[in-house]
Ligand binder design. Structure first.
Ligand SMILES: Cc1cc2nc3c(=O)[nH]c(=O)nc-3n(C[C@H](O)[C@H](O)[C@H](O)COP(=O)(O)OP(=O)(O)OC[C@H]3O[C@@H](n4cnc5c(N)ncnc54)[C@H](O)[C@@H]3O)c2cc1C
Length: 484
């Protein structure tokens, strides 16, 4: 027997119908489940660009989810409102007993949820707000050190995570058995077009990006065949090495349990370094969610407090050159142009570009973090903040601050032929594999031969790496000395 007569399933970062913890709980507990998605005006109105790839991705995913639910006799009601008011309003309108949702971990989302929970509780007919873990395998306090404190370094966290993992943690929720409980709520609920939200189409399909869980499955099926090669291919931006699933993980069009279960199966079958390495990346994701939960101050502050006092020179001109992909360092420029043109940036390039901004251009990591946050399709507060603090040596990293990426040797190693650089920096198309990584070193005769004049067709380097490196080291050293 169902515990509730009617309930709302509030979809957020979990835009899928299969293996969804809160949807499963709602369907198991209520006779009728009304499905809702809120295009939250609080979030959308803060976005600077009206052609935002993320909004189009979400919109496509919501359309796809609506179709799936309709095929099972349900309906996805999508509204464009402030979620803090929309959910209590709909709960009262439909007279539901409970609202189900999956856990969110970002401070703004937690504030929103507490306002919603409060409003539901204070309603004339109080409504329960019930949440489930879904986005991660282990959350909050589930993986702790033996002394009961949170981990601050990845490798011991990963070991403890792997030790804790059982088949139960990655078992899929059999949502499909209960989908007949999905119901159509009273009233007329028109479908919203992208333009109703005040946004424009961005043409993400021309970049090969599409929302929805079927697209996520297509990408994953493709990656599953390549998983065995992940370790040897993942660092080369011109090679199809990674899964490209991050935007789907971000919006929950794919289940983390499904991915971990697949990697785990591949690891168990035979020694599979590719699958083991990919599993590690998925654990990094849990790790940064855990860090954000235990140390919400990382939003805006260095994880390592010693480095909070660094006086970053923050030269606007250098920051602008970095944003535009015009630093004169080809690998950095190719990375930034990939981000600007597609909303994706390869992981190796995120590390190089972030290190370059902080340790070559001496710009505060928070500036770069913000730029990535507005441009990455897969922007995720926990992973982005973790990645930036890692690159800036202010975060959870066992390595000391003197690890500074050399943008030339990184380029020679990871894009040896310059294939990736040529794709995004066509000005350098005529350079050969030797000169493309540091084209300013070409003589004027070589420049003339390749039809390229440095300073005219492509910028001269905006800083000297060797000199900038020493300046960065001095900044970190001074901050350390001041805190001793
Ligand atoms: C400066 C910087 C900023 C970053 N910002 C983000 C961000 O906003 N959102 C985001 O999802 N990832 C971020 N990352 C991590 C990583 O670069 C991306 O997850 C990855 O490039 C996405 O591509 P993929 O899906 O093909 O990854 P794959 O290599 O196929 O990895 C699979 C999944 O594992 C997770 N993952 C992989 N590496 C990491 C990592 N280092 N930290 C946390 N999770 C990881 C992602 O969910 C990814 O989709 C950032 C890294 C750096 C260095």
């Amino acid at each position: 027997m169902s515990r509730y007569d009617a309930a709302i399933m509030w979809f957020r970062r979990d835009l899928r119908i299969y293996d969804n913890a809160a949807l499963y709980a709602a369907l198991k507990s209520a006779r009728r489940v009304y499905c809702v998605f809120v295009y939250d005006t609080q979030i959308l109105s803060a976005l600077e660009r009206k052609a935002d790839r993320r909004v189009e991705f979400i919109w496509q995913s919501v359309q796809a989810l609506a179709q799936e639910l309709a095929a099972h006799g349900g309906q996805l009601v999508a509204v464009h409102e402030d979620a803090r008011f929309a959910i209590p309003r709909l709960a009262a309108l439909w007279g539901v007993d409970a609202v189900f949702a999956n856990h969110d971990y970002e401070p703004a989302a937690l504030d929103r949820d507490s306002v919603v929970a409060d409003a539901l509780q204070r309603a004339v007919q109080p409504v329960a707000f019930l949440t489930r873990k879904d986005q991660v395998i282990f959350e909050k306090d589930e993986v702790m050190t033996l002394s009961g404190t949170p981990f601050s370094v990845f490798t011991p966290y990963k070991n403890a995570w792997l030790k804790k993992l059982t088949a139960y943690d990655i078992k899929a929720y059999p949502v499909e058995r209960y989908l007949q409980q999905c119901a159509k709520p009273p009233g007329r609920w028109p479908t919203l077009a992208l333009s109703d939200l005040g946004f424009e189409a961005t043409g993400i399909q021309t970049l090969g990006i599409a929302g929805g869980m079927q697209e996520a499955q297509r990408l994953f099926t493709d990656f599953e065949q390549r998983m065995v090669h992940y370790q040897e291919r993942r660092d080369y931006p011109a090679v199809k090495g990674p899964s490209y699933l991050s935007v789907h993980l971000r919006f929950g069009t794919v289940s983390i349990r499904q991915l971990v279960a697949s990697a785990q199966r591949a690891c168990q079958k035979k020694a599979n370094i590719g699958a083991a390495t990919w599993l590690s990346e998925l654990i990094w994701r849990d790790f940064y969610f855990m860090i954000l939960h235990h140390h919400p101050r990382v939003v805006g502050q260095s994880f390592k407090v010693d480095y909070e006092s660094i006086q970053w020179p923050n030269e606007q001109k250098l920051f602008k050159a970095w944003c535009e992909g015009r630093t004169g360092y080809p690998i950095v420029d190719a990375a930034m142009r990939q981000l600007n043109q597609t909303g994706y940036m390869h992981n190796r390039l995120r590390m190089i570009a972030a290190s370059f901004l902080v340790k070559d251009l001496l710009v505060d990591w928070r500036w770069g973090e913000r730029y990535f946050a507005t441009h990455l399709n897969d922007f995720d507060l926990a992973a982005n903040n973790g990645g930036w603090q890692w690159a800036a040596s202010t975060g959870c990293d066992a390595q000391p601050y003197f690890r500074i990426f050399n943008p030339i040797t990184q380029s020679q190693k990871f894009d040896a032929e310059g294939i990736f650089i040529r794709k995004y920096v066509p000005e350098l198309a005529a350079c050969d594999r030797k000169t493309i990584h540091a084209p300013w070193l070409m003589s004027s005769i070589e420049q003339a031969a390749s039809g390229l004049v440095i300073g005219r067709d492509y910028p001269a380097p905006v800083v000297d790496h060797a000199r900038a490196r020493l300046q960065a080291l001095a900044l970190f050293k001074a901050a350390r000395a001041a805190s001793d």
